[in-house]
Design a protein around this ligand. Structure first.
Ligand SMILES: NC(=O)c1ccc[n+]([C@@H]2O[C@H](COP(=O)([O-])OP(=O)(O)OC[C@H]3O[C@@H](n4cnc5c(N)ncnc54)[C@H](OP(=O)(O)O)[C@@H]3O)[C@@H](O)[C@H]2O)c1
Length: 260
């Protein structure tokens, strides 16, 4: 029996990752320990056998695998000896070298899920330190596959980039949706209608793009060549430099991920 301990496991991302893993039977409730400072348990009512603790040392003593899911600003308070255990961090901005030094384990994996994990739609790249073994990598890949698609990366620089691209990505898409909702309201659309219209637009367009045989670039070309109203909109957006702010946003987020 392998016991999984999740520090900060009752937080937002911890719950979003764990509920799909529990629902799919990948993690057994009796083999799961979650810690928080406040002792909260909400969100796990369907699994009464989960153990909840407020003492991370007790979690560390019982767990074979420890997932770290506290905010980066709370990382400094964690002072544990996890030597010999697999340590998986979903924290942004804390490099593998720091994790290795802090927890005295060479079996370190970093992963970067996103806000779509609860729906099973995260894109989760992960990276393993040289001290990990094949079973460690297989556990991490299978755990994160419960909440979406995964990919193995080779360098921490790539992980920093993906922290921006797909880790922060859902909020960037939300910003695009917000701009469209505001524009609709300014153009006289009732706020509730604007909200529903743009949510449905993003759901439809995302589903379509995800399943399309053509690339998004092909789609843009097809519509531009068609020469209709969509082409007029696309041409104006690109002429106004729509790509520039998106690239700048990604660069700023990557920079923050890399510099801590
Ligand atoms: N949210 C996202 O979309 C997302 C995406 C990718 C990666 N991440 C990463 O995921 C991590 C967690 O983010 P989150 O959004 O889930 O934050 P969150 O909702 O604030 O969850 C963090 C949890 O950690 C607990 N905690 C803090 N200090 C602790 C300690 N010393 N011991 C035990 N528990 C402790 C907090 O509970 P108490 O206050 O009760 O202690 C809280 O429930 C962050 O490092 C972030 O970079 C988040």
């Amino acid at each position: 029996m392998t016991t999984l301990g999740v520090i900060g496991g009752t937080g937002w991302l911890g719950g979003a990752l764990l509920r799909p893993a529990l629902a799919k039977g990948f993690v057994a409730p009796a083999d799961l320990i979650l810690s928080s400072r406040s002792g909260k348990t909400a969100g796990f009512e369907p699994w009464p056998n989960i153990r909840f603790v407020t003492d991370n040392k007790s979690l560390a003593a019982q767990a074979d695998i420890v997932i770290l899911s506290v905010r980066p600003e709370d990382f400094d308070a964690l002072d544990l000896d996890l030597s010999g255990k697999l340590v998986i961090s979903v924290m942004a901005r804390v490099p593998a070298e720091t994790l290795l030094a802090r927890f005295k384990s060479e079996r370190i994996i970093r992963a970067m899920p996103n806000a779509c994990a609860e729906q099973g739609l995260s894109f989760t790249p992960w990276l393993s330190a040289p001290g990990t073994n094949t079973a460690d990598a297989a556990f991490a890949d299978s755990f994160f596959a419960c909440s979406g698609r995964t990919t193995k990366l080779s360098t921490e620089s790539e992980l920093d980039y993906f922290t921006a691209l797909t880790g922060s990505g859902p909020a960037f898409i939300a910003a695009f949706a917000d701009v469209m909702i505001r524009d609709a309201i300014e153009n006289g659309v009732a706020p509730d209608v604007a909200d529903v219209a743009v949510r449905q637009l993003f759901l439809g367009a995302s589903t379509w793009i995800a399943g399309a045989a053509e690339t998004p670039a092909d789609t843009v070309s097809t519509f531009t060549e068609y020469g209709g109203t969509t082409a007029a909109g696309l041409t104006a957006m690109y002429a106004a430099g729509v790509a520039g702010p998106i690239s700048k946003g990604l660069a700023a987020a990557k920079d923050k991920a890399a510099k801590g």
